[in-house]
Write a protein that binds this ligand. Structure first.
Ligand SMILES: [Zn+2]
Ligand SMILES: [Zn+2]
Ligand SMILES: [Zn+2]
Length: 141
């Protein structure tokens, strides 16, 4: 079974050619993708369907927003343990200032933040910016 089909079935989403196409793009993506980037990679793009697809993927725990401090919303694949009612993408997002790509650093977790009394946390995001591996290498040449 193709990975995309398997992921859709695991998250109880009906397998449609469009969903498979979108998921195929995420499976091989090297960095987080904006809707516009996904649209440009689709052979048969349809903006409305794409937005709906991204929304349902996010709700089901297949993808998450990679907050990178820019105004662009980018999405990346979730770890296998994410599901509909429990997204746990508590890793650092890295934003490259040179190529402007955003990467999930899923080996680095966001430390727990202790808030003053009376405050309640809903979500914690951590952005690290700098130069990605590729840009560092290109810079040396
Ligand atoms: Zn998630
Ligand atoms: Zn870069
Ligand atoms: Zn991420």
């Amino acid at each position: 079974m193709a990975p995309a089909v398997q992921i859709l079935k695991q998250h109880k989403l009906r397998v449609t050619p469009f969903r498979v196409d979108v998921l195929d793009i995420f499976v091989v993506a090297e960095h987080a993708l904006s809707a516009a980037e996904i649209e440009s990679r689709l052979s048969d793009p349809d903006r409305i369907t794409l937005y709906r697809t991204l929304k349902s993927f996010e709700e089901k725990g297949i993808i998450h927003k990679a907050i990178d401090g820019t105004s662009q919303t980018k999405f990346a694949m979730c770890d296998a343990h994410c599901h509909e009612h429990s997204h746990r993408d508590e890793h650092v997002h890295f934003h490259c200032l040179k190529c402007e790509n955003t990467f999930c650093i899923d080996t680095v977790f966001i430390p727990e933040v202790t808030l003053p009394e009376g405050f309640r946390v809903a979500q914690t995001d951590m952005i690290v910016s700098g130069m990605c591996e590729k840009c560092v290498l290109n810079n040396k040449q």
